[in-house]
Design a protein around this ligand. Structure first.
Ligand code: NPQ
Ligand code: MG
Length: 370
């Protein structure tokens, strides 16, 4: 499959409601949409780096640079045979996984369509629909959080993740657990604690949580293993797992019992599947994380989450959880059983709405073979 042009689109999308995590408050989502143009049409990928280096060191600025200077030339250099061929072209490169993943996702969508398959089938997915939950940002008070959670439960979400940080943790989780004794519940600290906070975290064991996500440093594995020994609730790692080697180390050291897989964080669908397979072999469940994606990234998440070892609900909410109007069609909605259906049409399974993309675009560039 020959790629004739690469177009990069820097977009900004207003969020329906501000999203607050331990690292900051987001009112709009900046992202880069990668378009690979071939004779068969365009393939689309979403770079999930944010505007600031908070969740990750990658930003829309760093990704724009790496995409235009290194990744686009690599994909334009000669026809792409398969995903392994593409990854071999940037195996020399360090980091910048979110930039890589955006190109890989776009190429995978084109390759899948060329082979007459959906993206899910192309990567080995099996299920027609995947269980999902909702990630709820930090609220001003426990009462406000209970109200917000009640709203999402009324919409049909069957699993709730609460963002926490020091001072916005035990009382908030306690109030939600008291209001909803049976709802599957988990928390995400986005690295807001230190090992010295173990006494602060231990009370979370009382609330029958599915997991505690990334309590300690974004690049730590060892201290999580020390913390896991002091907690009954499984630790799940997100930020710390960038590679298959990290996943192996974390599971072998018992730093966590569950892993959150995000396509962007690990550098693409192929490495995501490799981490999935390793976790399956080691008996650890995985689930699909979310990065406030537009319909483009959301479609790829659904394809990934259809693999068999995705055994916990993903942070793959309906499009309307984040955006009033999306840039791709059809948008994704929640089924009554708190699942979202995996697209079955050829390739990515969504069509980019050119006018909507244009309205969201701040800046575009087109790159051609040199
Ligand atoms: C997480 N996502 O699991 C992330 C954190 C996150 C759905 O909880 C811009 C860039 C905004 C990156 C918001 C969810 C973001 C972001 C949240 C990452 O840790
Ligand atoms: Mg997380």
């Amino acid at each position: 499959m020959a790629i004739e042009q690469v177009a990069l689109h820097l977009i900004a999308m207003p969020l329906v409601t501000p999203f607050e995590t331990s690292f900051g408050r987001q009112t709009e989502r900046e992202a880069i949409i990668v378009e690979l143009r071939s004779a068969a049409g365009s393939g689309w990928g979403e770079c999930v780096a944010g505007d600031s280096p908070s969740y990750s060191y990658e930003t829309t600025d760093s990704a724009w640079s790496v995409l235009s200077r290194w990744l686009a030339p690599a994909v334009l250099a000669r026809p792409v045979a398969d995903l392994a061929d593409l990854h071999s072209r940037w195996a020399w490169m360090r980091g910048h996984h979110m930039a890589r993943a955006a190109v890989e996702q776009a190429a995978a969508s084109l390759l899948a369509a060329e082979q007459g398959e959906s993206l899910a089938a192309f990567i080995g997915g099996a299920r027609a629909a995947v269980p999902v939950g909702v990630s709820v940002g930090i609220q001003s008070s426990p009462e406000a959080l209970v109200d917000t959670v009640a709203g999402y439960l009324a919409q049909g979400y069957g699993r709730v993740k609460l963002k926490i940080k020091p001072g916005k943790d035990i009382a908030f989780v306690k109030a939600v657990r008291a209001a909803f004794p049976d709802v599957p519940l988990q928390v995400d600290a986005n690295s807001a604690y230190t090992l010295a906070d173990a006494d602060l975290l231990r009370p979370l064991d009382e609330f029958n949580l599915l997991l505690i996500e990334q309590p300690l440093d974004h690049d730590d594995i060892y201290e999580h293993s020390l913390l896991q020994r002091q907690l009954q609730t499984p630790i799940c790692l997100d930020e710390s797992i960038l590679t298959v080697q990290h996943a192996r180390a974390a599971l072998e050291l018992a730093a966590c019992r569950i892993i959150n897989i995000k396509v962007g964080r690990v550098g693409g669908l192929l490495p995501a599947r490799q981490i999935h397979d390793l976790c399956q072999a080691l008996g650890a469940p995985v689930w699909c994380g979310g990065m406030l994606e537009t319909g483009i990234g959301r479609a790829a998440n659904l394809a990934l989450a259809s693999l068999p070892n995705f055994r916990l609900p993903g942070d793959i909410s309906a499009s309307s959880r984040y955006y009033q109007t999306d840039i791709a069609e059809p948008t994704f909605s929640l089924n009554p059983d708190s699942t979202i259906s995996v697209p079955t049409s050829l390739g990515l399974g969504v069509t980019v709405h050119r006018e909507a993309l244009g309205r969201a675009t701040l800046h575009s560039a087109t790159l051609m073979p040199t």
